[in-house]
Design a protein around this ligand. Sequence first.
Ligand SMILES: NC(=O)c1ccc[n+]([C@@H]2O[C@H](COP(=O)([O-])OP(=O)(O)OC[C@H]3O[C@@H](n4cnc5c(N)ncnc54)[C@H](O)[C@@H]3O)[C@@H](O)[C@H]2O)c1
Length: 387
Amino acid sequence: MFTYHCLNPISAKGLDLFDSNYNKTDDIQEADAILVRSAKMHELELPENLKAVARAGAGVNNIPLDKCADAGVVVFNTPGANANAVKELVISGMLLASRDIIGGNTWCKENKDDPEIGKTMEKAKKNFAGTELAGKTLGIIGLGAIGVQVANAAVHLGMEVYGCDPFISVNAAWNLSRSVHHSSSYDEIFEKCDFITVHVPLLDSTRNLINQEAIDKMKDGVVILNYARDLLVDEEAVIAGIKAGKIRKYVSDFPNPTTAGQENVILTPHLGASTEEAEDNCAVMAVEEIRDFLENGNIKHSVNYPDCDNGICTAAGRIGILHHNSKGVIAQFATILGDSDINIADMTNKSRGDYAYALVDLDTPISPCAIEKLNAIEEVIRVHVVK
Ligand SMILES: NC(=O)c1ccc[n+]([C@@H]2O[C@H](COP(=O)([O-])OP(=O)(O)OC[C@H]3O[C@@H](n4cnc5c(N)ncnc54)[C@H](O)[C@@H]3O)[C@@H](O)[C@H]2O)c1
């Protein structure tokens, strides 16, 4: 029997996946697992029983990752669960940049009292005409969960798509349409594309990725889209590019004093993941991660421990050992289990920085005495007995 606590409202689509082995508790101190969205956990005293925290979303700066790791608490997030929501907003951003839908809608509102609006619109509409997406070139920098979906959708819209991601994952490469051109440098994208969209994380290496030098290489009339993070783009340079007539539109999900209210800038207030479906997807993924960890010891999409997946537990016993990543520690596990007459059927050990995780299948269930001895090893943070 496990107990979970929600620090924020979590979609019922996810919580319904907890079966009768799970109880929801209002008392956080009883919780084996916590589900959280944006609640700040830095000042929180971690419950003694707590084994897992799942953030229904991507960003984890509200969670003290090292404090959790030191307490043997695995923290998960839900990467990619909101990718479809962001993809749809990117497509809408390209459409809004191509035709003046916003201007046309404003005109209709302003002329609502004109009984002749059905006629006057025929004269007015030329002010809002635009271009189509089909046949245009789209450059995508970053082909992860979101970039791949944007690329595939754009191919279906008849666009010529160029993608650049030096670190593309095998999974993303499998999912990418064969019609997407592989660009080995940003320059090809800057030089060839009518639309350029960034879908990379904000790192020191990606900060100001779209800068003056990049803009100088771009085609006249380029549209730049930023649904990733504002600091990826030198927005002062972009505004100057718009004023100089070089950039047709800048579309961003991150309004700030530099961009808000500027001509030919289309802004949304960080709406990328704001859909009911994205919230449901995040909750479903968070609950699945917690269940797989508590019931099978598997770690998928952790942000403070290494991922480690041995599938469903079919052995007579299974333990997960959360430990500090140091030399000789695995040998100590084997010795203690061997001395306790317990045979190791299968074992995986993965590390991530200072922390590591050993998932061990056993031919017989582990004894309390062996658990005590494992816990007594200095480098061991916690022994999670799965079965
Ligand atoms: N607007 C929103 O509400 C919203 C919602 C979700 C995510 N995001 C942001 O979107 C971005 C992408 O998210 P994701 O879920 O697709 O992430 P992801 O981790 O799945 O993909 C990121 C991709 O960027 C690639 N990459 C890293 N450095 C690169 C570089 N220097 N050049 C080219 N590619 C590089 C990685 O290899 C990876 O494939 C992130 O910045 C994220 O914060 C925004």
